[in-house]
Structures are given as structure tokens and as C-alpha cells.
Design a binder for this molecule. Structure first.
Ligand SMILES: C[S@@+](CC[C@H](N)C(=O)[O-])C[C@H]1O[C@@H](n2cnc3c(N)ncnc32)[C@H](O)[C@@H]1O
Length: 260
């Protein structure tokens, strides 16, 4: 996978376990803002992650958070169950019209509270980097039916756009991966990867809230300074748009693999 996400610690970055834990737990503190400003998941990417099924599937949305991926799965007509270790994120999910009926479990990927061979597919949107893969991989194998599929996706800012490069600098984003490491999960076939483009129109305030929701910014002692610099950039970018909005260009890295 290439540089994954503003909140993604990839290998080679060298963040400590302590920092990773602080960032992993930071989401719950701003769950409502997270839900409001973070990008959703395009239907074509979600269908691809599931292996482009022609029938309804039982899907586990692992690390479902506030339900941004969960809602996309529901819209495609699948039966979904969500699992996440943040009570605050699950609380937001439970209050969204599209996901209010989705059953959820307060748990991590390392001990999934589902029976053996109970789902056809597992999705993990912007969350696999937070799990312990040694414990999570056998759990994914266990809950998937034979031939089941594991699909993961990450959004990342599209750095071919010049203001996004400037944004990364102002946001002190340093944890971009090398792009050289293939995703491997024990018990699964080699991952197929595909990139999708996704754009989100937002206000300057939303841009600031988006960056504030990046986990490295959320725990930074320079948070306020970073956000002021981001706001100044957002004002400049929005000034050339007719309606004072800006279009945040994302690339979505998607990966899928069948259970062995
Ligand atoms: C960046 S959010 C992604 C949320 C959602 N999937 C989305 O697309 O918006 C990462 C989520 O991973 C969850 N998470 C952290 N550690 C986890 C673990 N060990 N197992 C499962 N989920 C975890 C967090 O609580 C958070 O909700």
C-alpha cells in the first residue's frame, strides 16, 4: 500500500507503541466531528472490496467507528454487523438513520464476538493499521465462511494537487509510508489492490475539523498552531472558488483477499 492516511502509522515510520496507543484511542474524543467531516466510502469501491457480489452478504464491518463504511454497506443492501472498541464512535453510529438498526459489538479485532464461519465478508475501512494483526488475522479467518473475503480501504490526500502537499506540511504529517510494502495477512490469499478517486466538497471550517480529526494532530502539543496554519491555507484555496468551498481530493487504496 502507498501512503495510507493522515492517521495511519505504517511501517518504517518509527512511532512508538505508546504514541500509537494514544492515537488509536483519540478518535472517541471527537467522534461527532469525525463523523461530520471525514470522507465516506464510494459504492464502487465498497462493492469491489466485497468481490462484486450479486447477492446479499453477511458482512462484518471491523473497526466500524461511526459507521461511515457501515452505511455504504447498508446502502448496497447487505446485512451488516459492526465491531469497534470505541464506545463513543459506536454511539454516533447508533444515532445515524442509515445505521441505527445495525447490530454492533464493543470489541476489538483481536477478539471478535461472533461465531465461527458466520460472515461472508469482512470490511475494514481506515482501521486495519490500528489492530494487532497477529491476533486479528486468525479471528478474521475464524469468523469468515469458506471462500469469504477480507476487504480493506484507506483514504489518503491526493498529493498530485499542490495545495494538498502544502496542507501535509502545515499539518506536520510525517507518517507517510514508503509504498514498497505489500499487505499480507496470515490465512489469506495475496491481496489484490486497486485505487479509486474520491472528492469531498467542504467549507474551510470542515477542512480545519478534518485535520483536527487526524490522530497525530489530535494528540499534538502544537494542535492549535497547526490548525491556525491549516485555516489560513483553507481560506486561500477557497478564495478562488465561486462559493467559498474547497474540493478535498482523496485517493482510496483498496485491497481484497479471499480466505485460504
Ligand atoms: C479512522 S477510524 C475508521 C472508522 C470507520 N471504519 C470509518 O471508515 O470511518 C479507526 C477506527 O478503528 C477503531 N479501532 C482502533 N483499534 C481497533 C482494534 N484493535 N480493532 C478494531 N477497531 C479498532 C477505532 O476505534 C476507530 O473507530
Amino acid at each position: 500500500m502507498t501512503d495510507l492516511d493522515p492517521s495511519t502509522p505504517t511501517s518504517g515510520i518509527g512511532i512508538t507503541e505508546e504514541v500509537k496507543q494514544a492515537r488509536r484511542l483519540a478518535f472517541g474524543g471527537y467522534a461527532a466531528d469525525y463523523h461530520r467531516v471525514r470522507p465516506g466510502w464510494p459504492a464502487d469501491a465498497v462493492a469491489w472490496l466485497l468481490g462484486e457480489p450479486t447477492s446479499t452478504l453477511d458482512v462484518l464491518d471491523l473497526g466500524c467507528g461511526t459507521g461511515k463504511g457501515t452505511a455504504a454497506l447498508v446502502r448496497l443492501g447487505h446485512r451488516v454487523v459492526g465491531v469497534d472498541p470505541s464506545a463513543q464512535m459506536l454511539e454516533v453510529l447508533a444515532h445515524q438513520p442509515e445505521t441505527a438498526e445495525v447490530p454492533t459489538h464493543f470489541a476489538g479485532a483481536e477478539a471478535i464476538p461472533l461465531g465461527d464461519a458466520t460472515v461472508d465478508a469482512i470490511t475494514c475501512f481506515q482501521a486495519w493499521h490500528w489492530v494487532d494483526p497477529d491476533a486479528a488475522a486468525p479471528e478474521c479467518v475464524r469468523v469468515l465462511r469458506p471462500g469469504g473475503i477480507l476487504g480493506m480501504a484507506w483514504h489518503r490526500p491526493d498529493r498530485s494537487v499542490s495545495w494538498v502537499v502544502e496542507l501535509d506540511e502545515r499539518a506536520e504529517r510525517t507518517d507517510m509510508g514508503s509504498g514498497s510494502e505489500a499487505l499480507v495477512v496470515a490465512g489469506f490469499e495475496p491481496f489484490e489492490e486497486r485505487e479509486f478517486a474520491y472528492q469531498q466538497t467542504m467549507s474551510v471550517d470542515d477542512l480545519v475539523a478534518t485535520v483536527a480529526s487526524w490522530s497525530h494532530v489530535a494528540i499534538s502539543p502544537r494542535r492549535e498552531r497547526i490548525l491556525a496554519a491549516v485555516r489560513a491555507l483553507g481560506v486561500e484555496v477557497a478564495a478562488v472558488s465561486p462559493d467559498d468551498t474547497l474540493v478535498f481530493p482523496y485517493l482510496t487504496d483498496a485491497a481484497r483477499a479471499r480466505r485460504l
